[in-house]
Write a protein that binds this ligand. Structure first.
Ligand code: ATP
Ligand code: MG
Length: 295
């Protein structure tokens, strides 16, 4: 388990009127304890923790599935190359694929644009017992479209346009939580410098060339606008019922360890129980057993 003090620092406090991303480390030095360990030792510690959390997450997911009372929605947001895909791959590596659904949201289709902005996400929410991962999410509708308002059919000039969307998102999440969904939201916080290094790696390593898209460079030039949009979105939508975690993402081992830890403790905190059999069900089992034995 990660030190509680560290996790608390990664949560965006609900009700905060202003969030500054610069206050959140993209590296891994948020606690003195880890800083003192040194990078190599911190990395090894994080990897041990990840292994343990992957095993624990597998058990937690089985219980979630068996009890079928609650669902888990994991929202992953980040700038390009911050490691969303790798986080999903590593953190979910131990869980039963039947219990997890991953949705990667791209530019909306015409049909999707002709509905309200939450429509396409609401259609694929996880049912009880499942973990749903949104690789990008309805937050794109207050991020990329805020940076590029031309993407929207609506007129975004009205003063309250974005505040209205934030309010809709808070209400949507509140509704989901009241109906048995645990929502965990992660912003993988990568530095501009590390993004450059990862883009260069994609360009220079033939095995990674396929990951590169020229559009990524164009988006990078809007970096500051994205940071502002993220800051506003995080401040407006980190709530008691659906908090945001700002995850240091310059080291992949750090982001994987943090995300796995938060998900595992989140599911554990639900205090789920394996279903108990009623006296009738018990009797039915006994009858079945007797019948098989008598064959
Ligand atoms: P990767 O690049 O690692 O494969 P990705 O999530 O960046 O993963 P892409 O296909 O590169 O996937 O990009 C998807 C694009 O779709 C992003 O630029 C994102 O901003 C855009 N997008 C997602 N949702 C919306 C939306 N609601 N409105 C407009 N654009 C969106
Ligand atoms: Mg991309």
């Amino acid at each position: 388990m990660l030190p509680k003090e560290l996790l608390e620092r990664l949560v965006v406090p609900p009700g905060k009127s202003r969030v500054r991303l610069d206050d959140y480390d993209t590296g891994w030095a948020q606690t003195r304890e880890l800083e003192e360990l040194g990078k190599q030792a911190a990395k090894e510690r994080a990897q041990d923790m990840l292994r343990q959390n992957i095993a624990d997450l597998s058990d937690a997911q089985e219980l979630l599935y068996a009890s079928s009372q609650q669902s888990v929605l994991i929202v992953l947001q980040a700038m390009d190359a911050a490691g969303k895909d790798g986080t999903i791959k590593h953190v979910m590596s131990g869980v039963n694929p039947q219990g997890v659904q991953v949705y990667s949201f791209k530019v909306p289709s015409v049909e999707e644009r002709h509905h309200d902005f939450l429509w396409r996400y609401a259609k694929v929410l996880p049912e009880r017992g499942r973990i749903g991962i949104f690789n990008r999410s309805y937050y794109e509708d207050v991020l990329v479209v805020r940076v590029h308002p031309g993407l929207l059919d609506e007129d975004t000039k009205a003063k309250s346009f974005w505040d209205d969307r934030f309010e809709d998102i808070r209400a949507f999440e509140r509704h989901l939580v009241r109906n048995g969904t645990l929502i965990l939201k992660f912003f993988l916080h990568v530095s501009k410098k590390e993004q450059k290094a990862r883009f260069l790696e994609r360009l220079e390593n033939p095995k990674k060339n396929w990951k590169f898209s020229a559009a990524d460079i164009a988006e990078r030039s809007y970096w500051n606008k994205y940071m502002e949009a993220y800051e506003e979105a995080l401040a407006a939508t980190s709530t008691k019922w659906a908090p945001w975690y700002v995850v240091p993402a310059d080291h992949k081992w750090a982001s994987h360890a943090v995300v796995a830890d938060v998900i595992t403790s989140g599911i554990r905190g639900l205090d789920l129980k394996f279903p108990e059999l009623s006296p009738e069900q018990r009797k039915a089992l006994e009858n079945a057993r007797n019948q098989l034995r008598a064959e």
